[in-house]
Design a binder for this molecule. Structure first.
Ligand SMILES: [Ca+2]
Ligand SMILES: [Ca+2]
Length: 438
């Protein structure tokens, strides 16, 4: 799966807003509708699923923790870390895991302990498992900088006996909307890693035809995204009729529909700040491969000033980083305004934390592991499929793991202190045919 579903989502947004003109304005976040297959006909606008949604009838429940018992029940089935963590910013302790009201909370606290400034919780099952369908229903801690993790991982690999260690990250969730899947496996040549990130609800390209065109010489883009990010191209079209605005992710300055002009190309640009040595002009150079990188900290904005007032019918921009065909590092919010001569007036805005915030609602994160394949699910819809190499048949433990990490957005201590990842259940199923044969 080289192309994440969000590529299709971006295209779907184009289709939805597609009829040309200055008469429509649909800035809604696209609904998650699944992933197109790599060789599917998604470009015709029809999503095609590489695999069926998970059918639980094929599976038999063999193990579960519903967290209906108390603290003692937790200790019967789970082992807890009690000490510092070299790979993250939090030490992790049993006391940070709390069972109440049918859920397990993995809580973050601002306290100096174990030589680290934050504490969190990290638990793994006493029992080990192998092939099956693993599912955890949980919601993220409501804070940037948290790893909201559901893994399976070997505890005692034995390389000499040909029992290689591995870790399958069913989800390392980052607030507010990121699902991260990963496979780490030990080999004779070191550890191999294969990750894929799904910023649910976000798009690389945004196409915002305006219901009412505006005449202005100043347009402003801003975002509160919690890390630095790329703006690859920013486009300000005039009005057209009889055709659609082009897909921003394949912007081609030399091949625009007749009569369509990109006024952003003539704009002078001011910015809130930058990252590394990128140049603001990269946002309007007509090349998707070049980008400007906004500042890491604080408010982020870009202002485009046109040499004279123009009538704008559509605003588009492309953000993110394309890695092996998959868009990552997509922004979580934006606001676009124009200046009416007196004040800034909003044209469009999106905030995933309001629309698709994985700390708000419980969702299920699942992995079907057949021994040949790993199929990752979000709410039992397939997210990712990958081959699993033979030889990795060392039983593994289930991990529920909180961690404070520097790569999940800028930490806001007030948000983080007291926030908790909340787990409703962990369940393990075995394929029914295999179970019946026992
Ligand atoms: Ca560019
Ligand atoms: Ca429960």
């Amino acid at each position: 799966m080289k192309y994440g579903w969000f590529i299709w989502i971006a295209f779907a947004a184009l289709l939805v807003t597609g009829t040309a003109s200055c008469t429509r304005y649909i800035p809604d976040i696209p609904e998650f509708t699944g992933i197109p297959s790599e060789d599917g006909d998604s470009e015709a606008g029809e999503p095609e699923y590489p695999g069926a949604d998970l059918d639980l009838d094929d599976w038999e429940l063999v193990w579960a923790d519903e967290f209906d018992g108390g603290e003692q029940d937790l200790d019967k089935r789970w082992t807890s870390q009690n000490g510092p963590s070299s790979n993250c910013l939090s030490s992790r302790w049993r006391e940070n895991a709390v069972v109440s009201d049918g859920t397990l909370k993995l809580c973050y606290r601002r306290e100096s302990r174990g030589g680290q400034e934050w504490t969190a919780a990290n638990l793994w099952t006493k029992e080990t498992f192998l092939y099956g369908y693993y599912e955890c229903r949980y919601r993220y801690a409501r804070a940037y900088g948290t790893n909201n993790s559901f893994w399976i991982r070997t505890l005692e690999p034995d390389l000499a006996a040909g029992k290689y260690g591995y870790e399958i990250d069913i989800n390392e969730g980052h607030y507010p909307n990121e699902v991260n899947t990963n496979i780490h496996r030990e080999t004779a040549d070191g550890t191999q890693t294969s990750g894929e990130t799904f910023p649910l609800g976000a798009s690389a390209g945004y196409n915002i035809p305006l219901e009412m065109p505006v005449t202005t010489d100043r347009i402003r883009f801003s975002s509160n995204h919690a890390a630095h990010f790329h703006i690859r191209e920013f486009i300000l079209y005039g009005c057209i009729t009889g055709t659609e605005y082009p897909d921003p992710t394949t912007y081609d300055a030399g091949n625009l529909p007749a009569g369509l002009v990109n006024y952003a190309a003539e704009a002078s640009i001011t910015v809130s700040g930058g990252y590394n040595d990128s140049k603001p002009s990269a946002m309007t150079d007509g090349d998707i491969d070049t980008s400007y990188v906004l500042n890491e900290e604080g408010g982020k904005w870009v202002e485009f000033t046109l040499p004279e007032a123009r009538t704008i019918g559509c605003v588009q921009f492309v953000n993110g980083w394309k890695n092996a065909g998959v868009w990552t590092d997509l922004i979580s919010d934006y606001r676009i305004e124009y200046h009416d001569g007196t004040q800034w007036v909003e044209l469009a805005a999106m905030d995933i934390a309001q629309e698709l915030n994985l700390a708000d609602e419980f969702h299920t994160y699942g992995l079907a592991w057949t021994g040949q394949e790993l199929i990752y699910y979000f709410d039992r819809r397939e997210l990712r499929r990958s081959t699993f190499l033979a030889g990795y048949d060392n039983p593994a433990r289930i991990w529920l793991s909180g961690a404070v990490v520097p790569w999940a957005g800028t930490i806001d201590p007030e948000m983080l202190d007291g926030s908790c990842m909340e787990v409703d259940y962990v369940r393990v199923y075995r394929r029914r045919a295999a179970a019946d044969a026992d």
